[in-house]
Ligand binder design. Structure first.
Ligand SMILES: [Zn+2]
Length: 179
């Protein structure tokens, strides 16, 4: 395991040989594993996160570990939640649905990866995605056209009917251009 930190003009390089990754400074900041988090723990995490947006929060490895860009899109779609919903605004019912969606999406993904031929894992992953990278395609659930929000260095996709009450989400770059 290789760890490089760059602070100011000083470059530091550290190499660790450890049996337990928790022993490596910096990695201890990982949040609880997404598949191990209980509904109550998830409720606590969301409550503590205040107005932070769900999409950002779910991808933060220091908050919950193991969810990337693609699966955060899938989880929010399955839970019928807006990517921009403030973390502390969820009802107990919505927290329960988010908890179920995290387990369902990640478990399905792991099963697909296990059963896929080596070398076909990427195609298999894409086949299992319902909204991520499917801009312009019909939603599996309600046939609404999947929409996309472009951010400075990334993009995400969602279904306006399933997730945002039919409202398109503001595209930050676009709204900056319009000002
Ligand atoms: Zn939909």
């Amino acid at each position: 395991m290789l760890d490089i930190t760059e602070a100011g003009t000083q470059k530091r390089l550290a190499v660790y040989l450890v049996r337990d990754l928790d022993a490596v400074p910096g990695l201890g900041r990982l949040g609880p594993d997404a598949l191990a988090v209980s509904e109550q723990e998830l409720a606590d995490i969301l409550g503590a996160a205040g107005k932070r947006q769900l999409k950002t929060l779910l991808r933060e490895q220091g908050v919950i570990a193991g969810i990337g860009n693609a699966y955060s899109d899938e989880i929010l779609h399955a839970a019928r939640l807006s990517p921009y919903a403030p973390a502390d605004s969820l009802t107990p019912q919505q927290v329960a649905e988010l908890h179920t969606a995290i387990r369902q999406i990640l478990t399905e993904a792991a099963e697909r990866a296990r059963s896929a031929d080596l070398g076909k894992i990427k195609a298999e992953k894409r086949a299992g995605l319902r909204v991520h990278n499917r801009t312009g395609e019909p939603c599996d659930v309600c046939v609404t056209t999947i929409a996309q929000v472009r951010l400075a260095d990334s993009a995400f996709q969602y279904c306006p009917t399933c997730q945002t009450g039919g409202k398109p989400l503001a595209d930050r770059r676009m709204s900056r251009l319009l000002k």
